[in-house]
Design a protein around this ligand. Structure first.
Ligand SMILES: [Zn+2]
Length: 100
């Protein structure tokens, strides 16, 4: 039995997810620890792998996690996952609740 490093479920069928992007990914989660070769690796279950692939597919297709509201100006710069994202006041308030 091996524990999934994302959802913590025990199981026997784990996969290794390896990722690198020339950025300190430990900012995303302390579960991401860089190996000597520069790759971040996680042992994950099939469900977490599917979640990752779905998220990756959404990202590649241009779906954004935060959308601007038409009636509010996105004027607050927020550093998020290594990028500066402009948020409206309501988005910023929701974001602060999410991260604190
Ligand atoms: Zn999992």
């Amino acid at each position: 039995m091996e524990q999934c490093q994302v959802c913590s479920k025990d199981g026997q069928d784990r996969r290794t997810l390896s990722v690198t992007c020339l950025y300190e990914l430990s900012e995303v989660s302390d579960k991401l620890v860089r190996g000597e070769d520069g790759y971040y690796r996680l042992r994950i279950c099939k469900s977490c792998r599917a979640d990752f692939m779905g998220m990756l597919g959404s990202w590649i297709q241009g779906e954004k996690l935060i959308h601007s509201d038409d009636d509010e100006e996105a004027c607050i710069p927020v550093r998020k996952l290594g990028a500066t994202v402009m948020m409206t006041h309501s988005q910023y308030e929701a974001y602060i609740k999410e991260v604190t």
